[in-house]
Design a protein around this ligand. Structure first.
Ligand SMILES: Cc1cc2nc3c(=O)[nH]c(=O)nc-3n(C[C@H](O)[C@H](O)[C@H](O)COP(=O)(O)OP(=O)(O)OC[C@H]3O[C@@H](n4cnc5c(N)ncnc54)[C@H](O)[C@@H]3O)c2cc1C
Length: 392
């Protein structure tokens, strides 16, 4: 096929982190893009949450020249401490040493949602080939006039439901409580994943002593905790944090949201595809959620470039996107689910197995390295980043 005489066109529905990044990646791949969200720019930036980014997300942001603009906002962490609270076994993952006198490389980065969205929306506004349509309804006819529709409307995607595209899965008995908290006694560059019987608890450093807490537990317990007065909430949190770490003050309102395991058996149809949480949702254990969404974007970008270079049609893009994304999505969703089930279980045989696995992990650096690589890239494309990460 010869390169297309005109730029191919795309309608991206949903301007959350996945929709914005998809729109920017498509423009870079030579497309003309309309990015639509019924929410205003202010509403898009006001959500209170923070993401743990892996090297696969860093590579995509670097490729799109967004990593540097985000540099004042992310906090790198070079230690990830994993604790099984029932056996008190602890395994340390470290970024690789980078040479004498240099800081170790990051295991990952924590980034707050508001500055992320501010940078993404500013980058969108700078692109002449990108039309940003925020805070207004759309009729649906606009999408049909484009070569490709990317649905990035989040887990409750109205378009996916209207089209009757199935979304397999279930709702967990657990929910997730998130809050930003001022801590005492936590290193600025240390993240924690504590496996507790009621569900995993992650502590993600945001700098200046503040951390994002991602606390999974049964839904009613999350709701009770988020309704506690600040002092009682901080006491409850301190009681479950690692020894020596104390919660001093809440920086925002604790909020809980239900957790789901969902995967669309078909990620595309005709000239339309599902991207990010419109196509899959997983438990937040291991911080996979947004990284998985952005690995969708990385594959979309590669396939979109092949269309604008005349190497394939839009329908081929949609088919190849689905085929390429499914193994990574399925493997990551199954792995996160198994982790939650394995560690939320008090069955003696499973506890013994878990203890053995952690003992092995603690003693075997190549095993830790392999696990970290898997958590970083899943089965998604690795070619974006040559550096990789290695545990100590
Ligand atoms: C309350 C809550 C707190 C969370 N906290 C954390 C956290 O602390 N850390 C973390 O890693 N993850 C967190 N998550 C998960 C995280 O938000 C998702 O992984 C991430 O937002 C997925 O990005 P997305 O762009 O695919 O979807 P979303 O961020 O959900 O974006 C979807 C966008 O689509 C728009 N939209 C909806 N309907 C339409 C339509 N019909 N047409 C056009 N646009 C539409 C919405 O307005 C929204 O802007 C949280 C989720 C929730 C619900």
């Amino acid at each position: 096929m010869a390169p297309l005489p005109n730029r191919p066109t795309a309608w991206v529905s949903g301007a959350g982190p996945t929709g914005c990044l998809s729109a920017l990646a498509l423009v870079r791949a030579g497309w003309r893009v309309s990015l639509h969200d019924p929410a205003s720019a202010a509403a898009l930036q006001s959500r209170s949450r923070a993401y743990a980014l892996t090297h696969s997300s860093q590579a995509l942001l670097q490729q799109l020249e967004l990593w540097e603009p985000l540099a004042p906002h992310w906090q790198a962490f070079d230690r990830l401490e994993l604790i099984d609270c029932s056996s008190s076994k602890q395994v340390s993952f470290r970024g690789p040493a980078q040479g004498q006198g240099q800081d170790p490389a990051a295991v990952g980065w924590i980034l707050n949602h508001p500055p992320l969205m501010a940078v993404l929306l500013a980058a969108c506004r700078q692109q002449p080939e990108l039309e940003l349509l925020l805070g207004q309804p759309a009729s649906g006819a606009e999408a049909r006039q484009r070569d490709l529709t990317v649905i990035a409307e989040g887990g409750r995607s109205p378009s996916r439901e209207r089209l009757g595209l199935p979304f397999w899965g279930w709702r967990y008995q657990q929910a997730c409580l998130t809050a930003q908290v001022q801590l005492e006694g936590n290193g600025e560059h240390t993240a924690w994943e504590l496996f507790r019987a009621e569900g995993p608890l992650a502590v993600l450093p945001l700098g200046k002593g503040i951390a994002q807490v991602v606390w999974s537990a049964p839904l009613d317990r999350c709701e009770q905790r988020s309704a506690l007065p600040e002092a009682a909430f901080l006491d409850a949190l301190t009681a479950v944090l690692p020894a020596g770490i104390k919660a001093l003050a809440l920086q925002d309102q604790a909020a809980s949201f239900p957790l789901e395991w969902r995967l669309a058996p078909r990620l595309g149809q005709g000239q339309l595809l599902l991207c990010g949480e419109s196509g899959h949702r997983c438990h937040p254990v291991g911080g996979q959620g947004l990284n998985l969404c952005w690995r969708d974007v990385a594959v979309l970008a590669q396939e979109a470039a092949a269309v604008s270079q005349g190497q394939q049609s839009v329908r081929q893009l949609v088919r190849r996107y689905g085929r390429r994304r499914w193994p990574d999505l399925l493997a990551t969703l199954v792995a996160t689910d198994l982790l939650v089930r394995l560690f939320s279980n008090r069955q003696p045989l499973l506890q013994a197995l878990r203890s053995l696995a952690l003992e092995l992990l603690g003693r075997c650096a190549p095993l830790r390295q392999g696990l970290l690589q898997l958590a970083t890239y899943g089965l998604g494309p690795r070619s974006l980043d040559k550096k990789g990460v290695n545990p100590e």
